[in-house]
Write a protein that binds this ligand. Structure first.
Ligand SMILES: Cc1ncc(COP(=O)(O)O)c(C=O)c1O
Length: 339
């Protein structure tokens, strides 16, 4: 069945109510097997820890309509594992990897008519989440939990081709040095709303966060990870306990080395040493690979390759990654899971 009501070329990143979502409950020490439901409203206790104390976490991954017509999930086992780490950090029960992937597949199948056709550049974005629910008032772990997965069709991040964006260094932190930065939990995103909105008010694409302990090293680019390509072709990406370990970042680390022959370094990216890079970019499920034109720091703009043109290494990484996701190029073993 097609979907005549969606203009695939106009899709952005906006909520659209799709047909079905997966819903499972945890009580008495285990998850039930979950069901698909048409209802997109949750009815939860007013005392839910998710509402008061931020006891919740989420994931983001995409299903792609591949060149041969099949449907690809990109490394969903990695999203399952990251959600388990987020759950551990906030004292929530793990969703087993098998149940996580099965829930994603069920949601994709039940909403197949919302998957953007191959060639449009769009994908079906999946949003799994776990929230603490049930009657409660004290700061303690919830008596019950919900695991749900919903989906929305999203357009390509860049309409009309890949373009560099400018970013600004924020004076705010999104996470604390030994806090929850490495977990995909709502609190980090709540903390990033004001800096992000200030950055956009001044015409930047988003805020870049420095390490919260010394404010001397780049950590993250809005809701994406940073990478830079040095003049001698090293791929460098920050390593820190307060950075979210992105699955796109993890994948680029492997592709940069195995397919582009770059030396990969996970380490410090000092804000006063940006001139070591000939190219820089942001990477993530939503951002895919977004070239960074320039970074504004203390009212000075540092431009990398160009503010208008994409650098050649960034372009190659983009082609390799999206080629694998859309089934045009063979990926490393286990990266693509067919729905
Ligand atoms: C803060 C933050 N950093 C990095 C990423 C990139 O992670 P991934 O590549 O798994 O989407 C995201 C997006 O999910 C994010 O929200």
């Amino acid at each position: 069945m097609g979907n005549e009501s969606i203009n695939w070329d106009k899709l952005g990143f906006d909520y659209i109510k799709t047909d079905k979502r997966y819903l499972a409950h945890w009580h008495d020490g285990e998850w039930d097997k979950g069901t698909l439901t048409e209802d997109n409203q949750l009815h939860i206790s007013e005392g839910s820890t998710a509402l008061h104390y931020g006891q919740q976490c989420f994931e983001g991954l995409k299903a792609y309509r591949a060149k041969d017509g099949s449907i690809n999930l990109f490394r969903p086992d990695q999203n399952a594992a990251r959600m388990q780490r987020s759950c551990s950090r906030l004292l929530m029960p793990h969703v087993p990897t098998e149940q996580f992937i099965e829930a994603c597949k069920q949601v994709v199948r039940a909403n197949e008519r919302f998957i953007p056709p191959y060639g449009t550049g769009g994908a079906l974005y999946l949003r799994p989440f776990v929230i603490g629910v049930g009657d409660n008032i004290g700061v303690r772990t919830a008596p019950e939990f919900i695991f749900s997965v919903f989906c929305i069709p999203v357009g390509p991040y860049f309409k009309g081709g890949m373009k560099p964006h400018n970013f600004v260094i924020s004076s705010y932190d999104r996470a604390a040095p030994q806090g929850t930065g490495a977990a995909k939990v709502g609190g980090n995103y709540a903390a990033s709303m004001m800096p992000g909105s200030e950055a956009r008010k001044y015409g930047f694409a988003d805020a870049i966060y420095l390490d919260p302990l010394t404010h001397s090293k780049i950590e993250e680019v809005g809701s994406a990870n940073f990478f830079g390509i040095t003049h001698d072709d090293q791929f460098i990406t920050p390593k820190s306990p307060s950075v979210l370990p992105g699955i796109t970042r993890l994948s680029l680390i492997e592709l940069a080395e195995s397919r582009l022959g770059l030396k990969v370094i996970e380490g410090d990216v000092f804000i006063d040493k940006l001139d070591q890079f000939k190219e820089a970019g942001a990477c993530g499920t939503a951002a895919v690979i977004s070239p960074i034109g320039g970074i504004s720091y203390k009212d000075k703009m540092h431009v990398f390759h160009s503010e208008t043109e994409v650098g050649p290494v960034t372009q190659r990484l983009y082609q390799e990654l999206t080629g694998i996701q859309f089934g045009e190029i063979e990926g490393p073993a286990g990266w693509i899971v067919k729905v």
